[in-house]
Write a protein that binds this ligand. Structure first.
Ligand SMILES: Cc1cc2nc3c(=O)[nH]c(=O)nc-3n(C[C@H](O)[C@H](O)[C@H](O)COP(=O)(O)OP(=O)(O)OC[C@H]3O[C@@H](n4cnc5c(N)ncnc54)[C@H](O)[C@@H]3O)c2cc1C
Ligand code: SF4
Ligand code: SF4
Length: 486
C-alpha cells in the first residue's frame, strides 16, 4: 500500500526558510562562544508571549528549530507515522518536567558566579547545550521518523501549551487566537489530505467545531493544510473571521449532498491507467446536475473519501458513473484499483459541486479539458446535446500529449454529429503524426473569440492555471471563467 503521509507544498516565509542558520549558530557556534547561548532567552520569552495570544503559532512560523526540520531535513525524512508514545500527553509532561528540573538545577549551580563575566558565559553554555541537544535528538527523529516528530514532545511546545491555556482561561486571546478554519464543512471532500500533509499528523477534517474551527492545541498554525486542501476551503482565522466566512460562504451546489449506499455494478478498463466504475444505488432522492462530482469512500478509519467527477448519471436505472485514473503511488486509487470488485457495497457522498455547472442562459460556452479532466464533460456535453437550452454554440477543447491519450473520442465525435451547436476540438502537444492542431489548449484558446463565452475548465492544475492566465490576458472577465482541478 502507498504511504498515507505525503510530502507536500509548505508555506515558507524567508524567515521560516532560513531561521535554521540561527539554530546552527547557537548550537555549534556556541561551543566556541558560549555567550551566544544568551540569545535563547529572548527566544523563550518570544515563544511564551506568542503562545499566550496565538497558541503554537511560533512553532509553525518562527521557531528556528522548526525551520531546521522543515527546510533542511524535510526533503530527506522518512515521513513515517509518529509513534503514539511520542504524541502522548504523559510523555510530553514527563519530558517537560525532566527538562525543567535539569535546567533549574544548572541555573542554581551557575548562580554562585553571579556578578562575574563567567556567570554569563556559563549561563549561555546551559542554553547552548540545550540547543545542541534539541538539534541532535530532534534532527535524528526528524530524519528517521517524520520532520516534526520532536515538536510533539518538545518542552518549549509544552511551555507554549501552558501559556496558551492561560490565555484561554483569562479570555485574553479570544480575538487574537487564529485557528484553521473551514469556510464550509459541507464543501469538505473528506479526503483527509489536510491530515496527510500535516507535519504534526493531526486530523483537522474530522474535528471542526461548531464554528468550523480546528481547536487542537498541537496545531502549529503552519498553513500546510491550507495550501494543500483540494476544496480550497481552509484558512487561518480568528473566531470573528470564522463566523463571517461561515455566514458569507454560499453552499450552492452542495445543498442536496447526502451519504448513500451503492453497489459496484460494472468495472470497465478504459486504458492502461484508467478504469470506469458504474455504481447502482437504491435511493429515490439523489439530486444531480451535470458537472457535479461525487465522493467515494475508500476507508473507514480514519474516514476518507475520494472525489470523482460524475461522467454519467442515469436517474431511471439509478446508476452513477465515474472514470478513475490510477495516480502513481496514489493511496486512494491504490485502494480502488486493488480492492474494488463488481458486486461490492460502497458508500457514496454527493452529488456536489457548482464550478462546472454550465450556465444554460449563456450565449456561447467553451469547455477546456486536459487529461483525466475530460470526465465531467462526458456528462455535460451529453446534457447539452440532448436537452434544450439557450446556448447557441458550445465547444470542447481537449488537450493531450499524444493522440492515443484522447479518451471517449468516439463518444464526443458522435455528439458532434448529433448536434450542429457542438464543436469538438482536439489538440496534441507532442504527437508529430497527429492530423489536428499541435500544441496546448492555450494555443487553441488564443485563436478564439471568447467575448461572449462562459468558460469551464477541468484538468491538471498547471493546465487550468496557464489557461486562466491567458484568458485574463485576453480580457475575459473572471466571472466568466470557472474551473476544477482534477
Ligand atoms: C472535484 C474533483 C474531481 C475529481 N475528478 C476526478 C476524476 O474524474 N477522475 C480521476 O481520476 N481523478 C479525479 N480527481 C482526483 C481524485 O480525487 C484523487 O485526487 C486522485 O484519484 C488521486 O487520489 P490518490 O489518493 O490515489 O492519490 P494521492 O495518494 O492523494 O496522491 C496524489 C499524488 O501525490 C503524489 N504522492 C503520493 N504519495 C506521495 C508521497 N509519499 N510523497 C510525495 N508525493 C506523493 C503522487 O504523485 C500522486 O500521484 C478529482 C479531484 C477533485 C478535487
Ligand atoms: S483537505 Fe480534504 S478533508 Fe481536509 S478540509 Fe480540505 S477537502 Fe476537507
Ligand atoms: S492542522 Fe494545518 S496548520 Fe495545523 S499543524 Fe497541521 S498542517 Fe499545520
Amino acid at each position: 500500500m502507498s504511504d498515507f503521509y505525503i510530502k507536500a507544498n509548505r508555506v515558507f516565509s524567508p524567515w521560516r526558510k532560513y531561521a535554521w542558520i540561527f539554530t546552527l549558530t547557537v548550537a555549534i557556534g556556541g561551543l566556541w562562544f558560549p555567550i551566544l547561548g544568551l540569545l535563547v532567552i529572548p527566544v523563550m520569552v518570544g515563544l511564551t508571549t506568542v503562545a499566550f495570544v496565538r497558541g503554537r503559532f511560533w512553532c509553525g512560523n518562527i521557531c528556528p528549530h522548526g525551520s531546521l526540520f522543515d527546510s533542511l531535513i524535510y526533503p530527506f525524512t522518512g515521513n513515517r507515522k509518529i509513534p503514539k508514545f511520542f504524541k502522548s500527553k504523559t510523555f510530553g509532561i514527563l519530558f517537560f518536567t525532566f527538562f525543567g528540573v535539569n535546567l533549574v538545577r544548572k541555573f542554581v549551580k551557575v548562580s554562585a558566579l553571579w556578578g562575574t563575566y563567567m556567570f554569563w558565559e556559563r549561563l549561555g553554555f546551559i542554553f547552548v547545550a540545550s540547543y545542541l541537544m534539541v538539534t541532535v535528538v530532534g534532527g535524528v527523529v526528524s530524519l528517521l521518523i517524520s520532520a516534526r516528530t520532536w515538536c510533539n514532545f518538545c518542552p518549549m511546545g509544552t511551555l507554549q501549551k501552558i501559556s496558551y491555556k492561560l490565555g484561554k482561561i483569562t479570555g485574553l486571546n479570544k480575538n487574537t487566537d487564529v485557528k484553521i478554519t473551514a469556510a464550509s464543512t459541507d464543501m469538505c471532500h473528506t479526503c483527509g489530505k489536510c491530515s496527510r500533509v500535516c507535519p504534526m499528523q493531526l486530523t483537522p477534517y474530522l474535528e471542526f467545531d461548531e464554528n468550523n474551527q480546528f481547536s487542537s492545541e498541537n496545531c502549529i498554525r503552519c498553513s500546510t493544510c491550507v495550501v494543500n486542501c483540494p476544496a480550497n476551503i481552509l484558512s487561518l482565522g480568528n473566531l470573528k473571521e470564522a463566523q463571517d466566512i461561515m455566514e458569507s460562504t454560499p453552499i450552492t451546489g452542495y445543498e442536496h449532498k447526502k451519504v448513500f449506499p451503492a453497489t459496484i455494478q460494472n468495472i470497465r478498463s478504459i486504458n492502461d491507467t484508467t478504469n470506469e466504475y458504474v455504481f447502482k444505488f437504491e435511493d429515490d432522492d439523489i439530486k444531480y446536475t451535470s458537472g457535479q462530482f461525487i465522493l467515494v469512500k475508500i476507508q473507514d478509519i480514519p474516514e476518507m473519501y475520494r472525489a470523482y467527477s460524475i461522467s454519467g448519471f442515469d436517474s431511471e436505472n439509478k446508476t452513477v458513473t465515474i472514470d478513475v485514473k490510477k495516480a502513481p503511488n496514489g493511496y486512494g486509487t491504490g485502494i480502488i484499483f486493488d480492492t474494488f470488485k463488481e458486486g461490492d457495497k460502497v458508500t457514496l457522498q454527493g452529488p456536489m459541486g457548482h464550478e462546472l455547472i454550465v450556465d444554460k442562459e449563456a450565449k456561447e460556452v467553451v469547455m477546456v479539458a486536459g487529461g483525466i479532466g475530460i470526465t465531467p464533460f462526458r456528462a455535460i456535453v451529453k446534457d447539452l446535446v440532448e436537452n434544450e437550452s439557450n446556448i447557441e454554440k458550445f465547444t470542447l477543447v481537449y488537450g493531450a500529449n499524444y493522440e492515443n491519450e484522447f479518451m471517449f473520442d468516439d463518444e464526443f465525435k458522435s455528439f458532434a454529429e448529433k448536434s450542429d451547436k457542438f464543436d469538438y476540438v482536439k489538440v496534441a502537444a507532442f504527437d508529430d503524426n497527429f492530423k489536428g492542431p499541435r500544441g496546448f489548449v492555450t494555443d487553441v484558446l488564443k485563436e478564439m473569440n471568447l467575448n461572449e463565452n462562459k468558460i469551464y475548465m477541468c484538468g491538471p492544475p498547471p493546465m487550468t492555471k496557464a489557461a486562466e492566465k491567458m484568458l485574463l490576458s485576453m480580457d475575459v472577465p473572471t466571472t466568466d471563467i470557472a474551473y476544477e482541478s482534477a
